[in-house]
Each structure stands twice: as C-alpha cells, then as structure tokens.
Design a protein around this ligand. Structure first.
Ligand SMILES: O=C(CO)[C@@H](O)[C@H](O)COP(=O)(O)O
Length: 217
C-alpha cells in the first residue's frame, strides 16, 4: 500500500504544531518537510531550528526534502533532530556518491530528488546505495502547481532501475500536483510514497483526502 506524506509547505505557518498534530490524527504516514534556501529554488522556508522545534510535536517520521545549494552543509544539523529521510537534489552536488555515504554515516536514510528535466539515468551508478528516489512532478519551489504528466513514466523508470540493481528496500516518492485527479496514474506507475501539499491541507476533510489518496478501502 502507498504511504501519504503531506507537505508542510501548504500548512498554515502561523500554527505549524497544530497543523502537524491534525494531519497525524488524520492518518498521515510521514511528514514531508520542504527546506528551501532561496538559491536553489526561488523560495525560502525554514531550516534545522524550526524542524527541531517540531520534532517534539509528532511521532511521524520526518521526510526532509532539501531544495538547497550545498546540501552537504546540512547533514550534521539535521542528523541530530531525528530525521528518517534526508533527500537532496541531484542537480545540487557533483558528489552524490560521497554525500549518500555521509548521510548514512549520520544515521539517516539517503534520498536523491530529480527535477523534471533531470533523467533517472543520472542515478544508474548509485541506485544500489539509495534509500529513496524522489521524482519531482512539478518544478520545485512552490506548492499548488499542476502535475507534469511525464513524471508517470519517470516513476516507472525509477522503479525499474531499483529492481535492475536489486535494491529491494529503496522507495520511489513522487512530489507535486498529486491530488484526486492525478493520484490513480501515480499509484499505478508504482510510486511508494505520495507527497501531497495543497490537496491535503486545502481539503475540508483532511482525513478523507488522505484515505482517498492512499486508496483505502
Ligand atoms: O517540494 C515541493 C514544491 O517544491 C512540494 O512538496 C510541494 O509542496 C507540493 O505541493 P502540492 O503540489 O502538493 O500542492
């Protein structure tokens, strides 16, 4: 069964702890946390101190997506928080292999995210080392954008690559424009974790939306 990771980017920033508690009670599986530095993407969110402050307010695993230049500089501060996935962008470093090892040495799972224009093939030689491939189905930076259809094929390619290298533990996550209209294609393509920001936080009934996205019977 797929897991649902609501994206905090679409939460009410004036009451983050309450928002997180609500989506935890609504049945979310992970909390997706978008760290943006205003350089890698044209938007700025929060860093380790805010994420640290939220750790005490939920038992949900933290799925941290770093849209930053120099992701190497963030490993130590996030490792001390209690983070499940530390996911950086392939486009942000020339040293993916080394960074993956460093993330794991710091006790976190390592994910690599791909912008819509970056092919899955860039992960060929490191796929066996990964814990997650994050397929961006929008250009990163903002919530509420439309799903880019070619992401469906890319999810399949990411799944095939992990299977080809015998990496049974790694997951494929999809992020951007996932909602009631796009979710079936994404689930059918084989995604393991679905990130949803505006669809969940903008829903009148967040619990019902999480159930719908997950395909609960
Ligand atoms: O990383 C990002 C955007 O850069 C995402 O996590 C968005 O926050 C997803 O928002 P929706 O498209 O689901 O509204």
């Amino acid at each position: 069964m797929v897991k649902i990771a609501p994206s905090m980017l679409s939460a009410d920033f004036s009451k983050l702890a309450a928002e997180i508690k609500e989506i935890e009670e609504a049945g979310a599986d992970l909390l997706h946390i978008d760290v943006m530095d205003g350089h890698f993407v044209p938007n700025l969110t929060f860093g380790a101190p805010v994420v640290q402050a939220l750790r005490a307010h939920t038992a949900l695993p933290f799925d941290v997506h770093l849209m930053v230049t120099n992701p190497e500089d963030y490993v130590e501060s996030f490792a001390t928080i209690g983070v499940e996935y530390f996911t950086f962008h392939a486009e942000a470093t020339a040293h993916m292999h080394r960074l993956i090892q460093t993330i794991k040495e710091h006790g976190m799972k390592a994910g690599v995210s791909l912008n819509p224009s970056t092919p899955v093939a860039v992960l060929e030689d490191i796929a066996a080392d990964l814990d997650m491939i994050l397929v961006m189905s929008v250009n990163p930076g903002f919530g509420g954008q439309s799903f880019i259809p070619h992401a469906v094929r890319k999810i399949q390619k990411a799944k095939n690559l992990l299977e080809f290298v015998g990496n049974k533990d790694a997951v494929v996550e999809v992020d951007g424009g996932v909602n009631g209209k796009t979710v079936e294609a994404v689930r059918n393509a084989g995604a393991d974790i679905l990130v949803a920001g505006s669809a969940v936080f903008g829903a009148d009934d967040r619990k019902a939306m999480i159930h719908l996205l997950r395909g609960d019977k």
